[in-house]
Design a binder for this molecule. Sequence first.
Ligand SMILES: Nc1nc2c(ncn2[C@@H]2O[C@H](COP(=O)(O)OP(=O)(O)OP(=O)(O)O)[C@@H](O)[C@H]2O)c(=O)[nH]1
Ligand SMILES: [Mg+2]
Length: 375
Amino acid sequence: MAQMDDKAGEKTGKKKGFFGRMLGKDDPDHGETATAGNGDPASAAKPEEPEKPATTWLERLRGGLSKSSNALTSGITGVFTKRKLDEETLQDLEDLLIQADLGVATATAITQCLARERYDKTITGEEVRAILAAEVEKVLAPVARPLTIDTARQPFVILVVGVNGTGKTTTIGKLAARFRADGHSVMLAAGDTFRAAAIEQLKIWGERTGCPVIARDQGADAAGLAFEAMVEAKSAGSDILIIDTAGRLQNKTELMAELEKIIRVIGKHDESAPHAVLLTLDATTGQNALSQVDVFRAKAGVTGLVMTKLDGTARGGILVAIAERTGLPVHFIGIGEGVDDLQPFAAQDFAAAIAGTMPETELGIASGIASGTAQ
Ligand SMILES: Nc1nc2c(ncn2[C@@H]2O[C@H](COP(=O)(O)OP(=O)(O)OP(=O)(O)O)[C@@H](O)[C@H]2O)c(=O)[nH]1
Ligand SMILES: [Mg+2]
């Protein structure tokens, strides 16, 4: 039997202990507490975090991407020690960009742009970074697309898939907070029935964000749970149903087949569902992310990407290679474990942060989630 778990409090002590262990921190709430003012329903029940300095998203994005950005900018400074742009410098720059995971096509485009405009002329590292930012933005702009919630679908079903530990469950919690803040009613489904801890983890997010969680016992059939969640969300009149899934490596055929089954079963209840299939990608994995996109796209019909853990890597450039190669929408990026560390993906901000330049305007954040009825 499925259970609806929307009550906060009862098992809080036990659950906090789990979160503490999961995050490897003594303070069970560390990193998970919503900051005030972001509209997150969890924030109401949480004390303020006075020690956390008030920073804009852009500042935090720069901070999060600093490892990727530093690797690139110090490399560029090292390459551009000469006064004039010559063959050797261009080759060194191309190698550097490829090593930063930006992808061969983008690396070539940047060096060609430089060769065309500045060959045999003097150029500074700063000018190179400006060209880098402009070229990266060109690649990213077409994929920086918001996740559109079609309000004609009730519930609008979002399936979250990905390799183990890429940030699926955390992203679901962060998204739930966002959708709730936007006034949507949200139900969560603990479709990772492999591990008891995974079910518990989603329930905690449910409590924090005020969303009911449909769960079964460990070992239950995930497709059956997904179907039951569809029924529950329909009868509860939820606007959005987000279904968690167990992590799986893209080369495990039987696990990918299980994912296909989950999707088939969801479609039996509503043939238009799932309405969005989000693939979470861990930025720290580098090039393997490309193969994850290919396989999950083929097997699970991925409609959009969320790149997590950009704060923990010098390899954030992989997002550029993925954009360039797959053209799939990138809806959100994650730069931390906290509920407000997931933000809509904005090409100009990301390009400026990774190239270490200032964007022309210190942009506000794009709203990121659009609501409306699809044509
Ligand atoms: N630094 C950082 N950590 C993150 C981010 N997103 C998720 N994490 C952490 O990554 C770890 C794994 O996240 P989960 O959400 O459990 O990942 P998952 O994909 O659900 O994992 P499985 O269910 O085991 O496949 C947790 O410790 C998260 O707090 C992020 O953007 N930055
Ligand atoms: Mg999980």
